[in-house]
Write a new protein. Structure first.
Length: 296
């Protein structure tokens, strides 16, 4: 939990920071900034490919400043080529070792088929049900077969897939103590039933619920005001980290990469409330020292 999630969160947020650090009101970012963005993004893609969709944010950001779709496409291709270059050594290694074209990993098929059959409930199961191929198949054909079966299930059962998305969302956002549980359960035993564990797991969950409500309230603020380009990049990043896990299977850990963006919109909501409260206060409501300073 610590290695995968923390590394991906750091790299994905760092990639966003690199590209939104540019002042888009002055025009398009430089080639060097686009290359730097592609470098950090490429490293995050090696950890988890979810962040590849951040490139769409760059395309939309260029359109927001009125540079046209040709320049938007060019600005997107530059970091995309860097991402591809970073992935090439891993892909070559896979071709040599696995004798197949594998740009990411061979657990994609298992991940896609886990929650796709008529008895699925949204959570984790082993890939040995009728929604997946024979688990005894070699790694590469099992990955390909499970991917095809998952796609076929979605095509033939769209209503069931919609229900599964709702179930996955419930499992993904029903608390925030998964990291505590994973750490403690490695040692097993009665620790899970201790008062300290119950207190901290409950505290983590309720803190998360409060932050979740604030973050949802702050989402509309992400699309208001100036800095449209930067806002589009952040919106695409947050949207991709929200949608992609909902297409897999439900787990609390899957909302961890979204937490930095939840913090941004939650902080925006708090800031809006505070600013609105100050705006409603008149001079008579100001502290005495403040009034005297204004009169002077």
């Amino acid at each position: 939990s610590f290695q995968v999630e923390t590394m991906f969160v750091f790299l994905s947020v760092a990639a966003v920071a690199v590209i939104v650090g540019h002042d888009w009101s002055h025009g398009m970012p430089s080639r060097n900034r686009l290359l730097a963005f592609g470098g950090v993004l490429g490293l995050s893609v090696l950890v988890r490919p979810f962040s590849i969709w951040f490139l769409v944010g760059v395309f939309l950001a260029v359109l927001a400043i009125g540079a046209g779709w040709r320049r938007a496409l060019g600005a997107t291709i530059v970091p995309a080529l860097v991402v591809v270059a970073i992935s090439v050594p891993w892909t070559i290694r896979n071709e040599i070792q696995m004798h197949a074209f594998i740009p990411t990993s061979t657990n994609t098929g298992d991940t896609l088929c886990l929650d796709r059959n008529m008895t699925a409930q949204g959570g984790f199961r082993f890939a040995d049900h009728d929604g997946c191929v024979d688990p005894n198949l070699p790694e590469v054909p099992r990955n390909d077969g499970n991917t095809r079966k998952a796609i076929s299930f979605v095509i033939h059962h769209p209503a069931r897939e919609a229900l599964q998305i709702v179930r996955r969302g419930h499992l993904e956002f029903n608390g925030d103590h998964d990291g505590l549980y994973a750490t403690v359960s490695l040692h097993g035993g009665p620790t899970l039933l201790s008062p300290a564990y119950n207190f901290f797991s409950s505290a983590a969950d309720w803190y998360f619920y409060g932050a979740l409500v604030l973050s949802i309230a702050g989402v509309p603020l992400l699309f208001r005001g100036r800095n449209r380009s930067e806002r589009r990049i952040v919106a695409v990043a947050a949207g991709s980290l929200l949608v992609i896990p909902l297409l897999l299977w439900g787990n609390q850990r899957f909302h961890v990469p979204l937490l930095p963006f939840m913090a941004i919109t939650a902080a925006a909501a708090v800031h809006w409330v505070v600013r609105s409260a100050h705006a409603r206060r008149g001079p008579d409501d100001l502290p005495v020292v403040g009034v005297r300073q204004q009169r002077q």
